[in-house]
Design a protein. Structure first.
Length: 265
């Protein structure tokens, strides 16, 4: 089979993948894409019941397999426990998808200190700490031709100024985008790439209320006229995680149907 064959170029079969927040929303879409293409996916969040249900549904699809490790990313010690559990079960990790995130919307005049602590902790600090904790596992999986990958789920709100009052969220995602570039420089030398998907609107728990209220208006502001689908985000992650994405490092990719570049007259 040619190295240019699509199964070689975009193959992720047998790769070990960790998706944080992989039971719901965008994380679930990504998990499904990897499992459907033969990867061994670990999903992790604090909601053990949702993780178990997601794994049951994902494993029913066949091809790859899904397992879960319960971890509360607000607790620093759970990061280390997750890394240790992966070390014991697999000893290596090909792809880390940092997807878990938190948002807080409140008016500027009352926006609280607690919002900053909660959102920056989860969206920025914990991403660094988890990546740091699993770096030995990523190094164990990496080869010269097929580096290990870190895929960070950012947001268009880290690239533009959002209409909603989500000050900590926007700042955390802009910080994540730059952290990803800094990691790309440091970890590239260790056989690990780091890239970001700056996601536009997708159907997720975080976006549920907003889409119910303003769904039509949001879709009409996207040049392609719709919100993102599971195939859109899963496809991008499979590309970044496969041979086809092996030389992409330090990129921030707007996965948004053109939202960021839409001009308003």
């Amino acid at each position: 089979m040619s190295t240019m064959d699509v199964n070689n170029l975009f193959g992720v079969k047998g790769k070990v993948v960790l998706v944080t927040g992989g039971a719901k929303g965008i994380g679930r879409m990504i998990s499904e894409g990897f499992v459907a293409n033969g990867a061994n996916v670990y999903i992790s969040s604090r909601d053990g019941k949702a993780c178990a249900q997601a794994c049951k549904e994902l494993n029913a699809m066949g091809k790859g397999q899904a397992e879960y490790v319960v971890a509360d990313f607000y607790k620093e010690e759970d990061i280390l426990k997750l890394a240790e559990e992966l070390r014991k079960r697999e000893g290596k990790l090909h792809i880390l998808v940092n997807n878990s995130g938190s948002n807080w919307g409140e008016s500027y005049d009352t926006y609280p200190s607690a919002a900053w602590d909660r959102v920056l902790n989860l969206n920025l600090k914990r991403v660094f700490q988890l990546t740091q904790a699993v770096t030995p596992l990523l190094e164990a999986a990496a080869t010269k031709e097929d580096p290990a990958r870190v895929i960070n789920i950012g947001s268009v709100d880290g690239l533009r100024v959002p209409a909603l009052e989500t000050f900590a969220y926007s700042a955390s995602k802009a910080g994540l985008h730059h952290l990803s570039r800094v990691l790309a420089s440091h970890l590239g030398k260790r056989g690990i790439t780091s890239n970001t998907l700056a996601c536009g609107p997708f159907q997720s728990k975080m976006m549920k209320a907003t889409l119910e209220k303003f769904g039509d208006a949001i879709a009409s502001n996207v040049p392609l006229g719709r919100i993102g689908s599971p195939e859109d985000v899963a496809g991008c992650c499979i590309w970044l995680g496969s041979r086809a994405g092996a030389w992409v490092n330090g990129a921030t990719i707007a996965l948004d149907g053109g939202t960021v570049v839409a001009s308003k007259l």
